[in-house]
Write a protein that binds this ligand. Structure first.
Ligand code: UDP
Length: 248
């Protein structure tokens, strides 16, 4: 049984509920979308369901490749049963191609290939506006230990290799993405949160068209239409059948 317990955390786009098994949580993806430190807001009907399907599929691929994630199962569109994690307040960003804030802050060229990729860690803290950190600051603030940072970097590179390959095969270029990690009940570093067009830059591999939240940030095009297209590219009809969901 997956009865939803009490709401104990509400983020910008997801709610987290307790589960009768205290080691689990139920994550509900909402239709809210925000940008610019939460200043720009909207509600896109169907976005929560769409992102939950994309994230479920990508987490399943990572699990199949031996990575430890928070994901247990998709209960229904928009609702995921997950392991409870003690979250580490880091936004772990990996960049394969220079764009966005990177080219504003540093002299990279737009669309410049970055190989080996850059891993950047920002402090997940609204009060301080998510500043970029370095290892010494992370360690001094006791956010994570040196060995844990090395482990997080290794896992992040592996995730990049696995997802870049999968996405390339469905015509999507993985430009950059943000991950969040936590510790499971055994204290193991585990991938949490979501992987979706809200947290990644996805470009059409041939046209370099934007297929992610940048459309919302820039106020361009029909954001939900593009999210649905991305969902169809990533989630197959067999996946939907396996999850017991009607075709999209
Ligand atoms: N990102 C995210 N949440 C954040 C910050 C960044 O999901 O709070 C993702 C973003 O979607 C992109 C990548 O991390 O895929 C790098 O973002 P960047 O630092 O370039 O941010 P931006 O230019 O959007 O400010």
């Amino acid at each position: 049984m997956n009865e939803i317990g009490e709401l104990f955390f509400s983020g910008k786009a997801k709610d987290v509920y307790s589960h009768e098994n205290k080691d689990y949580v139920i994550i509900k993806f909402r239709d809210d979308i925000t940008a610019g430190d939460g200043e720009k807001k909207d509600n896109l009907k169907g976005k929560g369901e769409c992102n939950s399907l994309i994230s479920s599929k990508l987490f399943e691929i990572l699990e199949e490749n031996g990575l430890s994630t928070q994901y247990i199962e998709l209960i229904e569109p928009g609702v995921i049963l997950s392991k409870k994690l003690d979250m580490i307040p880091l936004e772990v960003i990996l960049r394969n191609i220079a764009t966005g804030s990177l080219i504003k802050k540093f002299p990279f060229r737009e669309k410049q290939d970055i190989n080996p990729p850059i891993i950047q860690m920002d402090f997940k803290n609204d009060e301080y506006h998510d500043p970029m950190l370095n290892d010494d600051i992370i360690i001094a603030l006791e956010i994570a230990k040196k060995e844990e940072l090395n482990q997080i970097r290794k896992i992040t590179l592996k995730i990049n290799a696995i997802l870049s390959e999968f996405l390339k095969n469905v015509g999507v270029l993985l430009v950059d993405f943000k991950l969040e990690f936590g510790k499971d009940i055994m204290g193991n570093i585990t991938l949490g949160d979501e992987i979706s067009p809200d947290t990644c830059r996805f470009w059409n591999i041939t046209t370099f068209e934007t297929l992610d939240k940048d459309l919302f940030r820039k106020g361009e095009g029909d954001v939900m239409n593009v999210y649905r297209e991305v969902c169809k590219l990533i989630v197959s009809e067999e996946d939907l059948k396996r999850w017991g969901i009607e075709p999209l």
